[in-house]
Design a protein around this ligand. Structure first.
Ligand code: ZN
Length: 217
């Protein structure tokens, strides 16, 4: 196996998408190739990689608006949670796996920010694509306290499931750096430092003030 892994600035609201593949097998997937799908497909073509799947972390417009172009250009199957509005050809649920060459991608269902949210974990190199669940230094926005509570439980599952050395690759460039690790986020992300759901909900309410006080971006 020979890993290909590129973080691609898609455009939009500092959106990140990803090219992930196995050079030896000549196969790759595109994850959230929004805004500039042609650029994602070009990176795969330049490296002689066939795109087998376009994967959505969740169904928000800014993550799925490149689906039709990227699937039409590559013939790739669209893969996402069954409740994703992009109507995936391949429905992915919690615990499902996808094999791309010798790469194993594991999916976890992590609702909260969105009802159809998945994380993608590449098991050999421990790459965790977190979409809009975990950003560097913060977490995905939630429309209600109930959704925030759901997000809290998703975050606890992620922290329990993945090793400290797993690298974190978010859906937007919102932090001080473009990527992180589970260990760094556990230690420095104020939302992941909360010890209970009540503190988490309170921090969400106080976030604009907290951000200002701490001089965060
Ligand atoms: Zn989103």
């Amino acid at each position: 196996m020979q890993l290909v892994f590129e973080q691609i600035r898609a455009g939009g609201d500092r959106n990140f998408g990803y090219l992930l593949g196995d050079r030896d097998a000549g196969q790759a997937v595109l994850i959230d190739p929004s805004y500039s799908p042609e650029a994602f497909v070009a990176r795969a073509e330049e490296q002689h990689l066939a795109v087998t799947h376009v994967i959505n972390t969740h169904g928000h417009e800014d993550h799925i608006n490149g689906n039709s172009t990227s699937t039409a250009m590559t013939g790739a199957a669209l893969a996402a949670h069954p409740s994703c509005p992009s109507c995936p050809a391949l429905s992915i649920s919690d615990g499902d796996e996808l094999t791309i060459g010798a790469l194993r991608l594991q999916f976890m269902y992590v609702p909260g920010h969105a009802i159809d949210h998945l994380t993608v974990y590449e098991t050999t190199h421990r790459l965790l694509i977190t979409g809009d669940l975990i950003f560097v230094g913060k977490v995905g926005g939630t429309p209600s306290d109930e959704d925030a509570r759901t997000e809290w439980f998703s975050l606890q599952r992620v922290l329990a499931a993945f090793p400290d050395e797993a690298t974190v690759w978010p859906g937007h460039d919102y932090g001080a750096r473009p990527s992180s690790t589970i260990a760094l986020e556990r230690e420095t992300n104020p939302f992941l430092r909360c010890t209970n759901v009540a503190a988490f909900l309170q921090l969400k309410r106080d976030w604009p003030e907290f951000k200002k006080r701490m001089g965060l971006k």
